[in-house]
Design a protein around this ligand. Structure first.
Ligand SMILES: NC(=O)C1=CN([C@@H]2O[C@H](COP(=O)(O)OP(=O)(O)OC[C@H]3O[C@@H](n4cnc5c(N)ncnc54)[C@H](OP(=O)(O)O)[C@@H]3O)[C@@H](O)[C@H]2O)C=CC1
Ligand SMILES: O=C(CO)COP(=O)(O)O
Length: 333
């Protein structure tokens, strides 16, 4: 029987929740993976596979479940549902959580209602719980296959961050601890926006030199946004900012990048969104971040351009022309 303080539960049986379950589960320390569809969870338990991560066989220690009533048995609970579902998930699960359970928020986005970090929205709904965030470069398929990955685990206190990072780290899944919750989350949200932009650049045939420029200037605006919101520039330069930006702005494994490729190639953003389409968190994040940046007077030309394109207000040619017409300035200004 697993000790409750060491027991891990994962909410959300999508690609990332399943990958985390694969890397964390052990025959002697099982991990429960909670999904909302009882039929799918029963099928996963029987077939030992998840259609959202088809390349992977689920390890013996991973237990698919649709029964929220056992959530109180876990000392650490990972919320691996998309950004837009995090707040409602917290509200729904609050009565089921053990009072001392540590929460790990695993999505990359912003709270759409408030424009703040998602952990702020969780803290309002889960008083008394330590709330942390897991973010950084790591594709679900790579993590689940046991390939080496490194991500950041942030909590508001370094001691909590160190403890939770130690609980969740494995030999090939290395978590670096941080106390910069804001920097880590804004980096994760904005790298998705920039991955869309990088995909558009390549899809529109603008070339790899233009993409390199986009990545560097995108990192500059990501850093400005992090700092304006109270995060640290070195967090933006770390795994959750630069690290994840490099990964998702250069790999067709990224859904945000693939979305950008299709839009750059002429497809309409509205056709690529909604029911049945892959999750693209950067589209909403672009709109939310552009609004927040305007309120803070932080210049974010790439984010504004992505927001204009994904909402159908402007086409790719128009925003590219505008970006190329910006006055020249000092690189570090
Ligand atoms: N995939 C990856 O490589 C990585 C993903 N992430 C982050 O993880 C988060 C989840 O992404 P990922 O797992 O890939 O996405 P998927 O689309 O693969 O899965 C999303 C999961 O969340 C469930 N879900 C959606 N809405 C709700 C809701 N309202 N209540 C309960 N469950 C819900 C879905 O259930 P259903 O099937 O019933 O719709 C599905 O199981 C994102 O924020 C992403 O940025 C982070 C790092 C890597
Ligand atoms: O965040 C990711 C890897 O670190 C996954 O990116 P996508 O959501 O764009 O697929």
């Amino acid at each position: 029987m697993t000790d409750r303080t060491n027991s891990i539960g994962i909410i959300g049986a999508g690609a990332f929740g399943t990958a985390l379950g694969c890397v964390l589960a052990d025959r002697n320390a099982p991990v429960t993976l909670y999904g909302r569809d009882p039929g799918l969870m029963a099928e996963m338990a029987a077939r030992r596979t998840n259609p959202r991560l088809p390349s992977v066989t689920l390890p013996d220690g991973l237990v698919p479940s649709a029964d929220d009533s056992t959530i109180h048995t876990h000392g650490t609970v990972l919320f691996a549902v998309p950004s837009a579902a995090q707040a409602e998930t917290a509200t729904r699960l609050a009565p089921h959580l053990a009072s001392a359970a540590a929460i790990v928020m695993c999505a990359k986005g912003l709270d759409r209602e408030t424009g703040h970090t998602i952990t702020d929205a969780l803290a309002d709904r889960l008083p008394g719980h330590v709330i942390s965030v897991l973010s950084g470069p790591g594709f679900a398929a790579d993590i689940a296959s046991g390939l080496p990955t490194a991500m950041t685990l942030a909590a508001s206190g370094q001691t909590d961050a160190d403890r939770i990072a130690a609980t969740l780290s494995r030999k090939a899944f290395r978590l670096y601890a941080s106390d910069d919750m804001t920097g880590v989350q804004l980096g994760g949200a904005l790298k998705n926006v920039l991955a869309i932009a990088a995909g558009i650049v390549i899809g529109a045939g603008l070339g790899e030199s233009a993409r390199a420029a986009l990545i560097a200037r995108g990192l500059a605006e990501l850093t400005r946004f992090v700092v304006a919101n109270g995060g640290r520039p070195e967090t933006a330069a770390g795994l959750s900012g630069l690290g994840d930006l490099v990964l998702t702005a250069t790999s067709a494994q990224s859904r945000n990048y693939r979305f950008g490729l299709a839009v750059g190639g002429g497809q309409s953003p509205s056709e690529l969104s909604g029911e049945g389409q892959p999750l693209v968190e950067g589209a909403n994040a672009a709109v939310t971040a552009a609004k927040a940046a305007a309120a803070l007077h932080v210049p974010m030309p790439v984010t504004e351009a992505v927001a204009a394109v994904v909402t159908g207000k402007e086409d790719v040619a128009t925003v590219v022309d505008r970006l190329l017409s910006r006055p020249l300035r000092s690189e570090t200004a």
